[in-house]
Design a protein around this ligand. Structure first.
Ligand SMILES: [Zn+2]
Length: 228
């Protein structure tokens, strides 16, 4: 069973998170990173990309006493939204996704690859469309929505203080796939150039798969960014 890596572990590595709680829960068949982002003081926050294993996510959220204000979706691929419906229902939370990827959730957009209906436990009842410049607030914090298309047309990222939750935009040493229907390599690289490389080196990147990294580390060593 893949692990839950708590923000405390990253704090131990010297990452100051202030009063932010960041919990990284690896879920589903593709080890997608689901995140719980919370203000420790008031225990308000959001769940990002509940891709599978709703029960496990909700259980962990409850152990943190999370008052879940919403579910944030970086994009609409099944491995990131697989448990959205169920988690939204159990926590009575609204779901936020971009306009261009909302079709993955409400069933109007054809899902990639094999028949995915078995992975989508339930379609959420209320979906809010969000886009670049929108903000969600929780406790003393805010997370800003960034438009970061490329991996999917409606991929978005969430920037909270110096933490970037970017779905499948960029990974430690790699970038998101662009060989899928609706993907664009050009758009993906432009999104990284505009929204990631413009950030200071010490900003943290919390990707949709694999370990967290920093903007500086990727700027220096990610081979896909060499010509950006
Ligand atoms: Zn994806």
């Amino acid at each position: 069973m893949p692990e839950i890596r708590s923000g405390a572990e990253y704090k131990a590595k010297g990452w100051s998170l202030g009063n932010l709680t960041v919990e990284q829960i690896s879920v589903g068949l593709l080890d997608t990173n689901c995140y719980i982002l919370m203000d420790e003081d008031v225990t308000e926050g959001y769940i990002i990309d509940p891709g599978g294993q709703a029960g496990r996510i909700v259980q962990h959220a409850e152990s943190l006493k999370l008052k879940c204000l919403g579910i944030l979706c970086t994009h609409g691929h099944f491995d990131h939204i697989g448990a959205v419906g169920k988690v939204a229902e159990l926590l009575e939370a609204p779901v936020m996704i971009s306009k261009n990827d909302a079709g993955y959730l409400d069933g109007s957009m054809k899902r990639i690859g094999i028949k995915m209906s078995s992975f989508i436990a339930r379609n959420p009842s209320s979906i809010d469309r969000v886009g670049g410049g929108d903000e969600v607030a929780f406790g003393d914090y805010r997370a800003r929505v960034l438009d970061t298309p490329g991996h999917t047309p409606g991929s978005i990222s969430f920037l909270c203080e110096n933490n970037l939750f970017c779905g499948d935009l960029i990974f430690k040493g790699s970038v998101g796939r662009t060989d899928l229907k609706g993907s664009s390599t050009e758009d993906l690289l432009e999104s990284i150039r505009r929204e990631v490389l413009s950030l200071p080196d010490d900003y943290r990147i919390w990707p949709g798969h694999g370990p967290a990294t920093t903007v500086g580390k990727e700027r220096r060593s990610n081979p896909y960014l060499e010509n950006l």
